[in-house]
Write a protein that binds this ligand. Structure first.
Ligand SMILES: Cc1ncc(COP(=O)(O)O)c(C=O)c1O
Length: 412
């Protein structure tokens, strides 16, 4: 008997950000890695879930999603973006957008197909591509604005390209793709007869007047786009695991089949609560974005001790940990090892390592602590001093400020 994992499973490791959360809990660290809200979900949404459980909506929903939720998803998309969606033929409810993404890729990719991925990228897309047997082709997003070079994107499209993954608003860079950029992507998709799979989970968490444009709303794109979204971030319920994919009927049929055999269906009572959530008025979404903006300003205030705008800080970034410039090509399974190696190389090159996840880098203005956040902003902290004491003080003050503002921190 040969007791061994599959070659596929050997090619990637467990999730880095979820590992960071585990380590943060273990060490009582302030966790800036995984994107989950640490404040209550809207009361009326929780109440709707309680009502659904009490009303015994406790058995399997229709595998591709309870009809009222699919209708609510279609209504909201049309209301916000003017694109009609057929809840009967174009919507699949899944266990989070995470399942929507893997179900979509399994449904449309064959071994050897190529899928274009912008990097840096939300880490799931790598293993998702491997599990689907596809070959990822990476195109760089370049700081400080995280734009792409249209010529590089054009070169990434080949006769084997089957799809492109577009995550906007983007994790980890915070970039919101402009309509012009999306038009470039759409033109290439049409020219190469390729699909677009979009991850729009941060659609409502926008800063500085940014506007979210779903790729599916561009001319000709509804017929070749799978739009993925979910309740996790918009309603602050990441543990509920309710997401969805909107796709043209032919693709929806395939996605529903894959989804059925992956998970059967998302939690029935929480789908009911989703109906209420998706019907919340515009004021809810405005409040959500404002609250995130306030938190961002507070955190930047604590970390940066500076009145500079985020854009000014970004412009001055000499180097950002995780950017392509600091990436060393490696197999997924060697990721942790390579991160350690990169840190060691940087240390030898004179960058000072911190004991929290990040890198301190010297610039003409002193030392900066760099860390890409999951919730849109690139968090940049200017360390008070180069000493461990200075950093410890910074961490302590950050923890005190967060606690004072009602954020529950793990026991130190
Ligand atoms: C870009 C992106 N997509 C998807 C997810 C996961 O979403 P869900 O909870 O709907 O599976 C995350 C979570 O961090 C994310 O950052």
């Amino acid at each position: 008997m040969s007791v061994r994992p599959s070659a596929k499973a050997e090619r990637f490791t467990e999730s880095v950000i979820r590992e960071m959360t585990r380590l943060a809990q273990l060490h009582g660290a302030v966790n800036l890695s995984q994107g989950f809200p640490d404040f209550p979900a809207p009361e009326e949404v929780k109440e709707a879930a309680r009502r659904a459980v009490s009303a015994d909506i406790n058995q399997y929903a229709i595998t591709w999603g309870a009809r009222p939720l699919r209708q609510a998803i279609a209504r909201k998309f049309e209301r916000l973006y003017g694109l009609p969606v057929d809840p009967e033929r174009e919507v699949t409810v899944t266990c989070g957008s995470t399942e929507a993404m893997i179900a979509a890729l399994l449904a449309v990719l064959d071994p050897g197909d190529e899928v274009v991925v912008f990097e840096p990228f939300y880490e799931n897309y790598g293993p998702d591509a491997i599990l689907s047997g596809a070959v990822p082709r990476f195109v760089r997003l370049r700081p400080p604005e995280w734009g792409f070079d249209p010529a590089e994107l054009e070169r990434a499209f080949t006769e084997r390209t089957r799809a492109i993954i577009v995550n906007t608003p983007n994790n980890p860079t915070g970039k919101v793709f402009s309509r012009t950029e999306l038009e470039t992507i759409a033109e290439l998709c049409r020219r190469h007869d390729a699909l677009a799979v979009t991850d729009e989970i941060y659609e409502h968490i926008l800063y500085d007047g940014a506007v979210h444009v779903p790729l599916a709303t561009l001319p000709g794109m509804a017929a070749r786009t799978i739009t993925i979204n979910g309740m996790s971030k918009t309603y602050s319920v990441t543990g509920w695991r309710v997401g969805w994919a909107i796709a043209p009927p032919a693709l929806t049929g395939a996605i529903r089949k894959v989804h059925d055999f992956l998970t059967v269906g998302a939690a029935a009572p929480l789908q009911e609560a989703g109906v209420l959530a998706l019907g919340l008025p515009p004021a809810y979404y405005e409040g959500l974005a404002r609250a995130y903006e306030t938190r961002r300003e507070r955190l930047l205030g604590i970390l940066g001790r500076t009145s500079e705008s985020l854009a000014e800080i970004r412009d001055r970034l000499p180097v950002v940990f995780n950017t392509p410039e600091l990436r060393f090509p490696c197999a997924e399974s060697r990721k942790f090892e390579v991160v350690r190696e990169v840190r060691e190389r940087l240390r030898r090159a004179g960058a000072e390592m911190t004991d929290i996840d990040g890198v301190r880098v010297r610039t003409t203005d002193g030392w900066w602590l760099l860390r890409a956040s999951n919730t849109q902003a690139v968090l940049v902290a200017r360390a008070e001093s180069t000493t461990a004491d200075g950093l410890a003080r910074l961490k302590q003050e950050l923890a005190a400020e967060l606690t004072a503002s009602g954020v529950a921190l793990p026991d130190a």
